[in-house]
Design a protein around this ligand. Structure first.
Ligand code: CDT
Length: 316
């Protein structure tokens, strides 16, 4: 008999600047109950799920951003109801938040996600490694993407946990565009990768058609799931946040690279799949048998070089 886990992606519609953590938590709890009614045992919530996507705004006052957008403790009094409800329903979950912490004698800020077990225990923590955007103010731009200002690069690496009887890894948003990140998780035996995202429908840097941005989201998800023989669960925060649109298209992709479920709206919406965790077995035994076929001696540049350098061969 193959192993199954009912997994849900709980997509959050817009959170405006005026919305509080309490408002967000109420909506998350409602979706948790919806997921439970679908039979879900593991629910994936978005990146930075307790506030609007604040890196789009330039703030001078760090104390103000710390208060409004970061969690100094998780759960806090305002976010506790989500943790209580999940424990009551016996649901494990992934959620993203802005982490404010004191480490190495200083205040540090990370774009973080956690895995919480169905018994309420904190199983794992990941801090976002690929931070997109910029650190400087772009006053002429329609909106900012200041993740490089508001967060440090994650210092916990790409790891997996034995979570609900499945080897599970975490990523956050922009990580999904980097094949290296998926391969590092797959090399640790990942069966499920959970990821939350906030992706603006408009490109800050050039006029990219919104449909193309969705296309890139879909093809990368399908390719990464297939090439690493994993279940990939991606939950969006989306819709118009104070007029700034982010796309939805939350999805659950099977190890065969097929989209098993996809959201239809840009609002609060839960999608759910009864994931066959053994679906990857044949792929891992044949075409993606890493031990048999990978040739790391020819991949050294991947870790030795960061940016591309043109190095043509002298001879044919
Ligand atoms: N949140 C996040 O990482 N968003 C990025 C936007 C990239 S455009 C600067 C993403 O990759 O979806």
């Amino acid at each position: 008999m193959s192993r199954h886990l009912k997994i849900a992606a709980a997509q959050l519609g817009p959170l405006n600047l005026a919305d509080t953590r309490t408002t967000a938590t109420k909506r998350l709890v409602k979706m948790l109950r919806d997921a439970h009614s679908m039979g879900a045992k593991f629910v994936v919530f978005p990146e930075l799920a307790f506030s609007t996507f604040f890196p789009r705004y330039w703030y001078e006052d760090q104390a103000e951003t710390d208060r409004k957008f970061y969690e100094a403790t998780i759960p806090s009094a305002e976010t506790q109801p989500l943790f209580d409800e999940a424990k009551k329903l016996g649901i494990g979950f992934y959620i993203g938040y802005g982490e404010l912490t004191q480490e190495e004698g200083r205040t540090r800020r990370f774009n973080t996600s956690i895995l919480v077990g169905p018994d309420g225990t904190l199983v794992g923590k990941y801090r976002k490694i690929h931070l997109p955007g910029h650190a400087e103010h772009k006053p002429k731009a329609k909106f900012q993407h200041l993740e490089k200002k508001y967060f440090e690069v994650g210092n916990l690496g790409f790891r997996v946990w034995n979570f609900m009887d499945a080897i599970t890894g975490m990523m956050i948003c922009n990580d999904r565009r980097w094949p290296e990140a998926f391969r590092v998780l797959a090399l640790q035996g990942a069966e499920i990768v959970a990821l939350g995202f906030n992706t603006p429908s408009e490109n800050l840097d050039y006029p990219e058609p919104p449909a193309l941005r969705v296309h890139h989201h879909l093809i990368t998800a399908q390719a990464m799931a297939y090439q690493n023989a994993i279940w990939l669960v991606e939950a969006a925060k989306c819709g118009f946040e104070d007029g700034n649109r982010m796309f939805g298209h939350s999805l659950i992709v099977s190890p065969t690279g097929e989209i098993a479920a996809k959201s239809l709206s840009e609002e609060d919406e839960v999608i759910c799949v009864n994931a066959d965790l053994d679906l990857a077995t044949d792929l891992k035994r044949t075409v993606f048998n890493f031990a048999a076929h990978r040739r790391p001696e020819h991949y050294k540049l991947i870790v030795e070089r960061v940016g591309a350098e043109v190095t043509p061969a002298d001879e044919p």
